[in-house]
Design a protein around this ligand. Structure first.
Ligand code: SF4
Ligand code: SF4
Length: 184
C-alpha cells in the first residue's frame, strides 16, 4: 500500500474528505479529554494523511475519545473527526491492533444492553463484562456499595417502545454509524 493508501481507505470507510484538513487545531482545542490522549486529534488526522497506519491504530487517543462530536462541529472543513475516530476503533479491533480492547468490549456490551432493554441494564452489563474478562470478584466491595445505594439496579427496566429502539439500531446499522455488535 502506498502512503496514500491509508488515507484513501479511511476516506472510503467514513465518507469524509480527510485530505481537506489544513491543521488548524480547532478539533484539538475544543476536545474535553485532550489531556488524556497520547496523540492530539489534529495529529491523528495528519498521521492518516501521511499513511502512518500503525501509529494511528495503536494509539490510545481513539479510545479516549468520548464521541461528543465537539471536534466535528468545530471543524471549518466539515470533517467529522468523531466519525473518523469511531471507524478507527473498529479497524483497530478488526486488525488486532487495538490499544484498549477492554474499552471496545464494554462499549459493545453497553450498546447490546440498550438495544435489548431500551436503557442500560447495569448489573447485567457488568456481569457480562466480568465473565468475559474471567474476573468476577475484583471490585465486589465497590459493586455491593453501589447496589446498596441504589446506583446499580438489580433488575432490567425495559422501556415501553422497545420496537422503536430496535428500529433506531437497525437504521444506525444501515447508515454504517453503528451496528449491533457489528465490526466494520
Ligand atoms: S478542525 Fe478540521 S481542519 Fe482543523 S485540524 Fe481538525 S480536522 Fe483539520
Ligand atoms: S469527539 Fe472525541 S476527539 Fe472529538 S472533541 Fe469529543 S472527545 Fe475529543
Amino acid at each position: 500500500m502506498d502512503h496514500l493508501g491509508f488515507l484513501h481507505e479511511m476516506e472510503k470507510a467514513t465518507g469524509e474528505k480527510i485530505s481537506a484538513c489544513y491543521q488548524c487545531y480547532k478539533c484539538t482545542t475544543g476536545c474535553p479529554v485532550v489531556a488524556d490522549m497520547d496523540i492530539y486529534p489534529h495529529r491523528i488526522i495528519r498521521h492518516i494523511i501521511l499513511g502512518n497506519k500503525d501509529r494511528v491504530l495503536g494509539s490510545r487517543t481513539i479510545w479516549t475519545c468520548l464521541q461528543c462530536t465537539t471536534c466535528s462541529v468545530r471543524c471549518p472543513n466539515d470533517i467529522d473527526v468523531a466519525r473518523i475516530f469511531s471507524a478507527l476503533r473498529k479497524m483497530s479491533v478488526r486488525e488486532g491492533r487495538a490499544a484498549e480492547r477492554d474499552t471496545w468490549r464494554f462499549d459493545e456490551i453497553f450498546l447490546e444492553s440498550v438495544q435489548r432493554h431500551g436503557r442500560l441494564n447495569e448489573l447485567g452489563a457488568i456481569l457480562r463484562y466480568k465473565i468475559d474478562k474471567k474476573d468476577l470478584f475484583s471490585d465486589t466491595k465497590m459493586g455491593m456499595g453501589m447496589v446498596k445505594k441504589g446506583r446499580i439496579g438489580l433488575m432490567p427496566h425495559n422501556i415501553r417502545d422497545r420496537k422503536g429502539m430496535e428500529e433506531i439500531f437497525r437504521k444506525a446499522a444501515e447508515t454504517g454509524k453503528r451496528g449491533s455488535g457489528e465490526k466494520e
